[in-house]
Every structure is written in structure tokens, then in C-alpha cells.
Write a protein that binds this ligand. Structure first.
Ligand SMILES: [Zn+2]
Length: 88
């Protein structure tokens, strides 16, 4: 089944990045292990799409509106925006 394969690959992407939490409509994702992957995210405020580094050591802000979309939390990176794609 094509659909099943697609769903499974999306789910695998979340697992690779350490899990997904949905809080009040926003998608929060914690990266358990430092990853050298780039992640394409969408700003929850202005919908700007931006590619960020999965292993952020500083706050990452939206280039358009300045909203913080990822922040470091003791070795993990919390991504506070929608993940559109993980770039290998
Ligand atoms: Zn923005």
C-alpha cells in the first residue's frame, strides 16, 4: 500500500528526531540526540518556510517575523514550529 508506506516514512522521521508533542495546536519536537540534519520548518506565526540546523546551540528566530522557532535545551533542540521535511 502506497499510503501506508508514506505514513510509515513520516512516522519514522518523527522517531528519528526523538518524538512529537502537540500542545495547543503548536507542534513541539524534542531532538533527543544531537543531529546534524537540517530540518525544514514553517513559522507558526507568519507561515514563512525556513531551513534550520537540527543541532542548534543558539535560539533560531524566524527570518521574517522574528519569532523564536527553535531553542537549545541542554543538548536537545526544541523546535517550536511545524516540521515540513527532514533533509538528509
Ligand atoms: Zn515568522
Amino acid at each position: 500500500m502506497l499510503l501506508w508506506a508514506r505514513l510509515r516514512s513520516i512516522f519514522q522521521t518523527f522517531l528519528n528526531l526523538g518524538g512529537l508533542f502537540i500542545i495547543k495546536g503548536d507542534v513541539f519536537m524534542n531532538v533527543r540526540e544531537p543531529t546534524s540534519k537540517f530540518v525544514k520548518v514553517r513559522c507558526p506565526k507568519c507561515k514563512n518556510e525556513q531551513i534550520i540546523f537540527g543541532k542548534a546551540s543558539i535560539e533560531v528566530k524566524c527570518l521574517v517575523c522574528g519569532k523564536v522557532i527553535a531553542e537549545p535545551t541542554g543538548g536537545k533542540t526544541r523546535i517550536k514550529s511545524r516540521i515540513l521535511e527532514v533533509l538528509e
